[in-house]
Ligand binder design. Structure first.
Ligand code: SAH
Length: 345
């Protein structure tokens, strides 16, 4: 079956021509899928019945079904658990900010990166998502809320740079002016730091923001938290960040989850400041979310404030990630796990 919703407009045009239809049908189909967010061929009213029948027999039109949605009474944040066409589950989050509506999407079912504080990786990787499955998280949320999404962060379940080709395809389709036309400047990709793929991404001529999950300022401490640190040293990562900036002109941000007694000392803050300065990075501090299966504890509010202060005194641009949806299963990958432990897949 042709995964028609993952095809770029050029590829769709090729396909449509290959079945002896004219190119304008491809433009119509693309608009139905990526602007009107149609969920079946039957609703595409200007497509002739014979073509619809052919498409139904040759193509799959990927849609995600909402399994559950939880809405925060505090701030309106919505957490979605989606069922994929093969029965797997991923989660996405809809958040309202002053500057617009933001959606956090998953890029894989599970993850094989093994970060010790993360719930998504506990049972490893099941599979990567297709471009259509990434897009449809945003489409389904747009339809459900009736609100335009202006910002997308790829920070849900999975390591986006471990699903490189589909990720780049997804970004190009999402920002295409024949689709939802979300500005690349409003798209953020978060990675645990797969150096060769960061360098590859730098060559794609994209205007996205790259967030690097650093979480430690020395190799020894990073290795305790993130197995990927065995493959790439902090020095290699910083060289790679500089190369990314030089090539794209886009500033990188560092994600830094504060784990009690592990990476939250004043000395850590000073070392982190030097790293951030060396690549001109902005730092986003995340109070670590407790994960049931893990023993890590979040730093105290006082320690978080002191850590932030220290960075600021060192002249670093720093924010603390706002916690939204704290009354619903907030933290990364925990909704899917909860669902799984209740007997589903
Ligand atoms: N794999 C990518 C993107 C998904 S994780 C990455 O590593 O960046 C998105 C962010 O949430 C990462 O910075 C990740 O380290 C962080 N994260 C994961 N589990 C967390 C937890 N329990 N508490 C706080 N942040 C967490």
């Amino acid at each position: 079956m042709v995964d028609i919703k993952s095809l770029s407009l050029e590829e769709l045009t090729e396909y449509i021509k290959s079945i002896n239809e004219s190119a304008f049908r491809a433009r119509q189909l693309y608009e139905w899928m990526h602007v009107h967010l149609s969920r079946d061929f039957d609703s595409m009213t200007n497509i002739p019945g014979a073509l619809k029948d052919r498409l139904k027999s040759e193509c799959s039109l990927t849609t995600l079904a909402i399994e559950t949605v939880q809405t925060s009474k505090i701030d309106g944040t919505k957490k979605y658990l989606f069922t994929l066409p093969d029965g797997n589950h991923v989660e996405s989050v809809f958040m309202k900010y002053r500057h617009g509506n933001s959606v956090c999407i998953s890029s894989q079912v599970g993850c094989r990166m093994g970060c010790r504080f993360c719930a998504s990786t506990i049972d490893g990787l099941v599979r990567s998502l297709t471009a259509a499955e990434m897009l449809d998280q945003i489409y389904a949320i747009t339809l459900d809320t009736g609100l335009r999404v202006s910002n997308v962060v790829v920070m849900g379940i999975g390591e986006p740079l471990d699903n490189y080709d589909n990720l780049v395809r997804f970004i190009r389709m999402l920002s295409n002016d024949k689709g939802l036309n979300i500005s690349q400047r409003n798209i953020t990709v978060s990675t645990c730091g797969i150096v060769p793929n960061i360098l590859r991404l730098a060559e794609e001529d994209l205007k996205i923001t790259l967030a690097l999950s650093l979480h430690a300022a020395t190799d020894v401490k990073r290795k305790e938290l993130m197995p990927v640190a065995d493959a790439y040293s902090i020095k290699e990562l910083m060289d790679c960040c500089r190369a990314y900036f030089d090539k794209t002109g886009r500033r990188i941000s560092f994600e830094y989850a504060l784990v009690d007694g592990s990476n939250d000392s004043d000395e850590d803050a000073d070392l982190l400041s030097s790293l951030a300065k060396s690549v001109g990075a902005h730092i986003n501090l995340i109070p670590v979310n407790p994960v049931k299966e893990r023993s890590y504890k979040r730093s105290s509010a006082g320690r978080i404030a002191a850590f932030k202060n220290k960075l600021e005194k060192n002249g670093i641009n720093v924010t603390i990630r706002r916690e939204l949806g704290s009354d619903i299963d907030g933290a990364c990958g925990q909704l899917r796990r909860k669902h799984k432990s209740e007997g589903a897949n």
